[in-house]
Design a protein around this ligand. Structure first.
Ligand code: N01
Length: 550
């Protein structure tokens, strides 16, 4: 679907520029435009949707239920929209985002096919100067980075890819026209969410599939199904209340009462029955909410790990393959817990092989396939990289960004990201981020998180306008305190134990810092609200000419 209908524009002079037309950027456009400010979104793709625009791999589907994973700001829309399944597929979610763009006439203020390459703050003019791949230079008083948390796909640095004679793909940059693997010998590298979702579908189509796995991961059955009409009707009847209630929950999703018991204070039989019932229900929050200490006690967590390990052993017929697929190296839930449809069952197919590339890493991609460090070779006609993203910081670090006083984002984040509430940064005036590092972001319902951040930004801009301010900057002290709090909260959990993209472990050389805020979405929102109520504590505001026009 191409929707690059807006004329391309050069050298804009705006109140606000937003980078990225995903779910965050579009809502920011909607709200900021309604303030009467001049605003445009710059978007690299030729359509809206962000994640859902780029990730078109087979099987791509959201792991948050569709009645939750949608905007809350348009009450009529949430009543009218009919999600066909419990979990939205990528095409369905993209159709929804396109509908929102049309319904709210957003497209006319999105400049498509415009990749931002640089952003410099011009202190004298008090403007951000935004450079694009096409050579334009736009100016705006405020810059809102809606660049996404998982938007910089990463192909590992393996020797010889240029020599491969077959076609290769990355799940996060999937061809719009789709890929037909019929009759092909396919290799798939990576077993995170993208790999686990695409492997069963590719396996069903290809003549043969070899999965190259470095780390086995925990995965639960999604139990996707056509939308249950009774559930939908009940949900819709309570929609506004549920959305409101979601703000008071740790994950931004209502309907999961916090557990009150430890996994260690019940009998083994009771625990088994509880996990079994959650397993049958499907979904990750409900499973991880079986007991209140699964994220804080290694011993408690191990009971849930062992339950899932046993399920893998029961599902995969070949014991050797089952063992290879069984995770031991991280507590369950400390890497994004995957939801799958028939993933482990796929390894019972005659045409699917699993290769452990932890023992013998991929040494070289050759003309005909790939070779491992132990000398074994695999002939392949096509190669799929489900190897993930430079998460949370990649999109911003890819932009040549400086504050006009000699500080670049690369220098600022040399030891890992440093932000205040994931919303702004010391040293970078008049720059907001939506769901930036050190905000709940990927640890909460992303769309609600984007709405909460945007609403906060709009309130902040309104405050500045009312008080005649044109410039803000976060204090170093406020940022330091927030980063420290972020680390403290994370260190009270088991999360930092996993080599996950949450800590940047998937990118060689990336500083190991726990990036999302795991103190809970509810607590985060309360903190943001208190900071606003105290006149934007931690923000220094000033300047003469106020935030522009009515
Ligand atoms: O990426 P990942 P993803 N040689 O980083 C392996 C969201 N998402 O695209 O674990 C061999 O999780 C790597 O191995 P290891 C969701 O938040 C959501 O799958 O680093 N293997 C790992 O197995 C998710 O968590 C949905 O040892 C290599 C895999 O590649 C996030 O996006 C769907 C390698 C990468 O897994 C990212 O998921 C999809 C190498 N050199 C994504 N380099 C849903 O909503 C990397 N790997 C369901």
């Amino acid at each position: 679907m191409s929707d690059a209908t807006a004329p391309q524009q050069s050298n804009l002079d705006l109140d606000v520029v937003i980078i990225g037309a995903g779910v965050s950027g579009l809502y920011a456009l909607h709200r900021i435009r309604a303030m009467g400010l001049s605003v445009k979104v710059l978007e690299a793709g030729d359509g809206v949707g962000g994640t859902w625009y780029w990730n078109r791999y087979p099987g791509c589907r959201c792991d948050v239920e569709s009645l939750e994973y949608s905007y809350s700001f348009d009450s009529d829309l949430q009543q009218e929209w009919e999600w066909p399944e419990r979990y939205g597929t990528q095409p369905e979610i993209l159709r929804y985002v396109n509908h929102v763009a049309d319904r709210h006439d957003l497209r006319r203020d999105v400049v498509f096919e415009t990749r931002v390459t640089s952003a410099h703050f011009d202190e004298a003019a008090r403007q951000w100067v935004i450079g694009t791949e096409r050579g334009e230079s736009h100016r705006a008083r405020f810059c809102v980075m809606a660049t996404g948390n998982l938007s910089t796909p990463r192909v590992p640095d393996v020797k010889g890819l240029e020599n491969f004679e077959g076609k290769w793909y990355h799940t996060g940059l999937w061809p719009h026209e789709g890929v037909d693997f019929s009759g092909l010998r396919v290799g798939s590298i990576g077993t995170g969410s993208s790999g686990v979702q695409s492997i069963p579908i590719i396996a069903a189509q290809a003549a043969h599939l070899t999965v190259f796995q470095r780390t086995p991961q925990f995965s639960l059955p999604a139990r996707n199904a056509p939308m249950d009409k009774t559930t939908e009707a009940r949900h819709k009847a309570e929609y506004d209340d549920r959305r409101q209630a979601a703000y008071d929950t740790p994950f931004g999703i209502a309907g999961y009462p916090p557990p009150s018991q430890s996994a260690l204070e019940v009998s083994a039989e009771e625990r088994e029955a509880a996990y079994e019932s959650k397993w049958a229900e499907g979904g990750s929050i409900s499973f991880l909410y079986t007991y209140n200490d699964l994220f804080t006690s290694r011993e408690a967590n191990e009971t849930a790990c062992e339950f899932v390990r046993q399920k893998i052993r029961e599902t995969v017929k070949d014991p050797e393959t089952a063992e290879k697929l069984t995770p031991y190296d991280h507590p369950i839930g400390t890497k994004r817990l995957i939801l799958d449809t028939g993933y482990f069952e796929t390894y019972n197919r005659e045409t699917v092989d699993l290769v452990d590339v932890r023992k013998a890493p991929i040494e070289e991609i050759t003309a005909k396939g790939l070779r491992l460090a132990d000398g074994s070779e695999y002939e392949l006609d096509a190669l799929v990289f489900a190897t993930g993203f430079d998460a949370m910081t990649g999109a911003l670090r890819d932009i040549e960004m400086s504050n006009g006083r000699g500080l670049t984002i690369q220098e600022k984040w040399e030891g890992g990201p440093r932000c205040y509430l994931g919303l702004a940064m010391a040293g970078f005036p008049n720059l907001f981020m939506i769901t930036g590092p050190q905000s709940p972001s990927v640890k909460a319902q992303m769309i609600l998180g984007a709405e909460q951040h945007t609403d906060w930004i709009v309130d902040c801009l309104t405050h500045m306008r009312e008080h005649g301010h044109s410039r803000f900057e976060v204090t170093q002290q406020a940022e330091d305190a927030w980063v420290e709090h972020n680390n403290e909260v994370a260190n009270r959990t088991l999360y930092p134990l996993a080599n996950s993209w949450y800590v940047g472990a998937n990118i060689p050389g990336k500083p190991r810092v726990f990036m999302p805020y795991v103190g809970g979405f509810d607590r985060f929102k309360r903190t943001c609200d208190e900071i606003a109520a105290k006149g934007y504590e931690g923000f220094e505001m000033g300047g003469g000419e106020a935030v522009a026009a009515e």
